[in-house]
Design a protein around this ligand. Structure first.
Ligand SMILES: [Zn+2]
Length: 353
């Protein structure tokens, strides 16, 4: 590979929208275009060969992130989940973050993609391809009217929960060491949500669901099972990671796993400490490919939402990841699949060609 920016990397998860929202809203969007103090922006996308990916709308809870990350540096931890967020409180935030996404598109910084053809066209034109994703369904009402409207606006991916409970289901707390089999799964509203997402062509993200919720989706959805940003529980026994049994179901459904760069989900000791060699990312890739096959693994960085390895601090550092895969012995065809080919495959299966 002569140019370290290729193959382009399409990514299963970033939190730049909620970061921009917290730091000035639409006005902050300008800094996405010119460069900002964070992991994801346009100049870094061009420097690092970032094709785009899932841009999450996420409703924050009033928790102290510094406290959370400090707790997660300990050898074992069990963070209490925040209280549920009510629809009335969630909707204005979701609308603001969606407006930032479309504001970025209006500035020419990215293209909001509704089909795989849209993504391929954006990648071919050198534009950042964004999937409008919601991490947690707090802004969706029980009648699912908001889901229909957001779908019309471009929503193509949804996690029923971001760990914290919603009217649709329950997720995993940030707990290490821990099995993801914690508590009840989807509610009746949640089962209706699964059906409606399947009918519309909205990908259901399993990453923050607990085991019971995961199996509820597996039983009720007709689509491939996708965890956009989770790792192997066999290597890092964190509640957020996927057990071998879950991986077998993902393989059987012809689904997909995006490897998360958050160090707490990469490290064997589950600690939120950035001193992690890229070889640890390769360990998860190898293990996951062994479980689900090389057509069903990609990346889901969690950029702008997590502490990540020092050699992969921003999307501008993605050439280091490509170099690590070459060093590790992956050939070009496999690297291309991991970088974006597998995401295109599963999105086509989920949304239709
Ligand atoms: Zn997440």
């Amino acid at each position: 590979m002569v140019d370290s920016r290729y193959p382009l990397i399409f990514d299963g998860h970033n939190d730049v929208l909620s970061k921009l929202h917290r730091t000035g809203g639409l006005a902050a969007a300008e800094r996405f275009v010119t460069g900002r103090d964070g992991a994801v922006d346009l100049p870094k996308a061009q420097a690092g060969g970032f094709a785009g990916g899932f841009f999450a709308v996420y409703i924050p809870s009033p928790v102290d992130l510094d406290f959370k990350f400090e707790e997660m540096t300990k050898p074992a931890y069990d963070l209490p989940l925040p209280e549920p967020v009510l629809w009335d409180d969630a909707m204005p935030v979701a609308l603001s973050q969606a407006a930032i996404l479309f504001g970025l598109e209006a500035r020419g910084a990215l293209t909001v993609c509704r089909t795989v053809a849209d993504i391929r066209a954006a990648m071919g034109a050198g534009k950042v391809a964004a999937i409008f994703h919601m991490e947690g369904a707090e802004a969706i009402d029980p009648d699912l009217h908001a889901l229909d409207v957001f779908y019309r606006a471009g929503l193509r991916s949804l996690g029923p929960v971001w760990s914290r409970s919603t009217i649709f289901g329950h997720g995993v707390p940030f707990r290490y060491p821990s099995d993801p089999d914690i508590g009840e799964g989807l509610t009746d509203f949640g089962l209706r949500l699964v059906k409606r997402c399947d009918d519309l062509g909205i990908l259901l993200d399993l990453s923050h669901l607990n085991a019971a919720g995961f199996w509820d989706v597996a039983r009720h959805s007709t689509k491939p099972l996708v965890a956009t940003h989770s790792n192997a529980h066999a290597i890092c026994p964190h509640s957020r990671n996927l057990t071998d049994k879950q991986l077998a179901a993902i393989r059987e459904s012809d689904g997909m796993v995006g490897v998360n760069f958050a160090v707490a989900f990469l490290r064997e000791d589950g600690r939120m400490i950035a001193d992690v060699p890229l070889e640890q990312v390769m360990r998860h890739l190898d293990y996951l490919m062994g479980q689900v096959g090389e057509d069903r693994v990609g990346f889901g960085s969690d950029y702008d939402g997590a502490v990540v390895p020092g050699d992969l601090t921003t999307i501008g550092d993605l050439p280091n990841l490509r170099a690590a895969m070459v060093r590790h012995g992956y050939d070009e065809a496999l690297i291309t699949k991991l970088c974006h080919g597998n995401w295109m495959r599963v999105l086509e299966k989920t949304w239709g060609a």
